[in-house]
Design a protein around this ligand. Sequence first.
Ligand SMILES: [Zn+2]
Length: 156
Amino acid sequence: MDNNKRKELIVSAIRNGTVIDHIPSEKSFQVIKILNLETSTNKIYFGTGLESKKFGKKGIIKISGKYFKDEEISKIALVAPSATLIEISDYEVTKKGKVNLPESVERIVKCFNPKCVTNIQDITTKFKVIEDHNGEMKLACHYCEKTMKKENIEFL
Ligand SMILES: [Zn+2]
């Protein structure tokens, strides 16, 4: 079987829904967690530690009957910026693209600064997505102005 056919098969295993591909293997379980897929009643196919030419080891999640909202896609992008999102409708790919890091995130992330007003009062969190001089993605809190490294990100 040639590679293209094989790829098609992997993608077309669900009739309607979404495939999240090219997740770094070590992030696979985190992606499941942030999307609350553990409690989902949808059919879910999940693989991790799969060979990928581009990414070394990758994870893939296929969720039947589910299309993600922008907010959920932002979460995926924060955890796994290399991920590809493929939407399937009636076994056909209707949309395919890399998840894009948003310019800002609201509501979905908790500020790591315990003194931040968002942790004291009932205020919606808001962060700017920035890059430091090493090209590392960080989140800058709109309220306390502290910047948070990727590994400190905690989802609400
Ligand atoms: Zn803050």
